[in-house]
Design a binder for this molecule. Structure first.
Ligand SMILES: [Zn+2]
Ligand SMILES: [Zn+2]
Length: 144
């Protein structure tokens, strides 16, 4: 006699079943369970003057959207879940699609991205524009 594991949802035989009380195959599991909990809207706070990003009250040196998204979405990463991010624009809004992978499972989650512009403490203290001009001048001299 041969005993095989099968998925109670699709009836397919499977090597591994995932989940808690009701276990499903890797195809069905992500349909019924979220691999990640991602809010419908994700906000990132960026300084409109120097371009730094605020993370948990601190302004950090991440200037590109790619890096900023990476940092932000780390918060949603759960153990053993790998993420790939894509973004697109529509009606002047930005959206991010998260592809999540865990073992042989995968899931896709879409979320709206809102970039909120602020001024960080440094930029508001040094009256923004003035401070930025000074920094740039110094940078050019060093580069020569
Ligand atoms: Zn199944
Ligand atoms: Zn700033």
């Amino acid at each position: 006699m041969e005993l095989s594991k099968f998925c109670p949802r699709c009836g397919r035989e499977t090597e591994e079943l995932y989940g808690g009380e009701k276990k499903l195959c890797p195809n069905c599991y992500p349909d019924k369970n979220d691999l990640l909990e991602i809010p419908e809207v994700v906000e990132i706070d960026v300084c409109s003057t120097c371009g730094r990003m605020r993370k948990k009250g601190e302004w950090i040196e991440e200037y590109t959207l790619e890096e900023q998204l990476g940092i932000k979405f780390q918060d949603f990463a759960e153990e053993d879940v790998q993420m790939e991010l894509q973004y697109w624009e529509e009606d002047n809004k930005m959206f991010v699609r998260v592809h999540a992978f865990k073992d042989e499972m995968k899931g896709e989650y879409d979320t709206e991205l809102r970039v909120k512009k602020h001024q960080c403490e440094n930029c508001s203290r040094f009256h923004g524009g003035f401070y930025k001009v000074k920094m740039q001048l110094r940078g050019e001299q060093n580069g020569r």
